[in-house]
Ligand binder design. Structure first.
Ligand SMILES: [Cu+2]
Length: 172
């Protein structure tokens, strides 16, 4: 009985700490090659969770991309030029039958990071965030399976400094 009471108290305390500051950004510890930071991104129709993805330029993360929807989705990390390149490349195969996206490619300079994930699937990718990524215009996460981007399937990236705090307040 005591153990149950204690565990309920711990659960209550953790719920309270989660609710303490709605909207506040939890401070993060940048990942390294030896200790990548875990980043969870859930894709579904027609958005991602979390609604803003925090990244530190130059850090190494292990991205867990989970498809919680019923359609094939992807996560493309990159600036406006990268997003446009994938949108155009994948539009060229629009109308293909159901199933995984046909293999498409873009020039390496505008490839960014692209991970395709089937319904119910989780893919883990170890990725080092480019140090110069914040210099790209409108860096964000987007899905370019034909029609998905137009449905609003994109979320912003918020750049975080080595101290774990947001670099600026540009992102919501
Ligand atoms: Cu999608």
């Amino acid at each position: 009985m005591l153990a149950r009471t204690v565990s309920i108290a711990v659960l209550a305390a953790s719920i309270v700490s989660c609710m303490a500051a709605p909207g506040a950004t939890p401070r993060i510890t940048p990942g390294t090659a030896g200790a990548p930071r875990e980043v969870n991104v859930i894709a579904k129709e027609w958005t991602y969770l979390p609604p803003v993805v925090d990244l530190v330029p130059g850090e190494t993360v292990v991205l867990h991309l989970v498809n919680g929807g019923t359609e094939v989705h992807e996560a493309v990390f990159g600036g406006a030029d990268v997003q446009r390149a994938w949108e155009e490349a994948e539009a060229a195969v629009a109308g293909a039958g159901p199933g995984p996206t046909p293999a498409v490619s873009v020039p390496p300079a505008v490839a960014g990071l692209r991970v395709v994930v089937a319904s119910g699937q989780r893919i883990d990718v170890i990725w080092t965030v480019p140090v110069d990524a914040p210099s790209a215009a409108d860096y964000h996460v987007g899905c370019h399976i034909p029609g998905h981007y137009d449905q609003g399937m994109r979320v912003p990236v918020r750049w975080v400094g080595p101290d774990g705090r947001p670099i600026d307040s540009g992102a919501p």
